[in-house]
Design a protein around this ligand. Sequence first.
Ligand code: ADP
Ligand code: MG
Length: 696
Amino acid sequence: MNSLRTYDIKYLKGIGPRRAELLKKELGISTGYDLVRHFPTHYLDRSKIYTIRELNDEMPYVQLRGRFVSFNTIGEGTKMRLVGLFSDGTATMEVVWFRRIRPIRESLTVGTEYVLFGKPSSYMGIKQMSHPEIDLPSSAMAQQPVRGVYPLTERLRNANITSRQFSAWIATLLASRKTIVDPLPQSVIAENKLMPLGEALAEIHNPTDSERLSRAKLRLKFDELIYIQVDMLRRSMRRKNISIGHKLTRVGEVFNRFYKECLPFDLTGAQKRVIKEIRADVNTGRQMNRLVQGDVGSGKTLVALMCMLLAVDNGLQACLMAPTEILATQHFETISSMLGSLGVRVALLTGSTGKRERQSIHEGLRDGTLSILIGTHAVIEDTVQFKQLGFVVIDEQHRFGVAQRAKLWAKNEISPHVLVMTATPIPRTLAMTVYGDLDVSVIDELPPGRKPVETLLRYDEQRAQVYRAVYGQLRLGRQVYIVYPLIEENEKLDLRSLEEGYQIICDTFKDYKVAFVHGRMKPSEKDYQMNLFASHQADILVATTVIEVGVNVPNASVMIIENAERFGLSQLHQLRGRVGRGADQSYCILMSKHQIAKTTRQRLELMTQTSDGFLIAEADMQMRGPGDIEGTMQSGIPFELHIANLATDGQIIQMARRAAEHLIDKDPTLSLPENSLFARELAAASSGIRDWSRIS
Ligand code: ADP
Ligand code: MG
């Protein structure tokens, strides 16, 4: 593989300097390695011949067999085009060329039988195909039946670079090497029955049959994934060996008094277990990096608080970062009131903290009299200096940027322990990859006495009935959330529908007070409105997804989600988690228009059937593809994925994880001779990448 990395593709037959330049500019391909890693996005079956009569615009690339009846040049100058009338006996269509008109016209004759390959379209009711690939039947038959389709850009197409050329170039390149050196250790190849690398590359670009093609894909995906797994395992090993952390050995007065005097309920079994796991971890003298996953309402905040108290008992400071001001404020309020008269000084720092207050916070942090700081990303500004920061909690981590988190470390001689809490359950295999170097704790139990939220799917025409039910709840003194989507591309329109919705709700529920929150509001206004609801001065909260994370109003018993079909499952699950926090039966009503795609209906129906966050996250990934989850996650891994898909390749991830564990067990430093090629390849693949273990 290494020689491919240094091979300049301009020397490859059929490419040359000009095209090489273009390929580099358009696709970033400059070496043989880049070229063989430019994989087809899908494949076309060229064994089937379609008829012109059956064509429609929806069809992908198709193959036709027939004859040209005539050719005409139409228009002038840059508008000039060549139109050939093509017939296969079932119907006639136009074949259109906008470029290279002369040579094309000269290469084709009326009456000769050709095989055309292209994407059908239509123009004013006339079937068309532009710039198809054209072969004589004999040579069309000689080609492989299954062909790869490569991602190309407009510029490449204009330069007459086609998918077919890609497969040809790669075939030439691979044929010119006697062997492709396979960097995977033989033991890994044998144990996992993998196709050799050279064979897999040849097959993926020029498939011979579907069974071999799927083995080739498996091999190449496995490659990408095992590098990640080995890398993650080694990072976590290195961290455990080197990274020095504060040793929190003492369980002292603050922790014990809190436990005995302040805690209004018993911890759940899962909370106890996770606290134990964390305590064991912070006792080792190494820095802890732990992810706590727990479904909405599982009581993560309390776990975080008790850990912070542990730090305080050991003479250190702690800090909790939340993604929004609302959330930070709420954490501050809950935590301050829980701590009561314990004598631990807690402060809130957000973007809207006043200057005087800010100054006093800064002082308290520097002289160590302030023990716990709660806030938004304001807490990681450069001006914020701790005397001795020992424990950091990052709540709802998926909203925090990587760079923001990294900033925390820079400030301290000894890195603080880090606890990342997420309520978006991450499917196991994905967590294995993206957080492969973190230790994971799971709070898999809800506090007792919670009634599961009853979830209903209702259509727009049932609105009156839904509002009647809402009335019923309001009369019982409960509160109601009504959530509207706010999606960026459509922001104006959505904002209007939100404001209209608000008006309708005000008109419908005249006897009740309605609060109103959306992301475009000033923070102070947002807080004011949120407070109206939290303090029960308002009965209904009309909002966008700003309330998605964390907000806690136990008296709210109804969550209505408008246009539920526009939300992802994990998001719906988060929203639903806002109710069912008190002792009363709660309801989540998913409103949707009647006309929705079958898969959308299935998604919404799944929500009505389960409240298992992990199951929902898994289903969300399967149905939507990696989507949001992967978007943030992909940026979390130090390798580019060309073919493996974190959402759908769960089994291969597991396979790669096991293989990586075997490999590292036997050769932790990858210094055995049989692993040296692999080690080099790993270094090359991850070069220039930041040290992820320092980031989360
Ligand atoms: P999340 O995991 O979603 O952040 P929270 O920490 O906000 O959950 O907890 C949800 C609610 O459950 C809070 O009102 C909290 O006080 C309560 N709670 C937490 N732990 C327990 C427990 N062991 N028993 C009863 N209620 C609890
Ligand atoms: Mg929370």
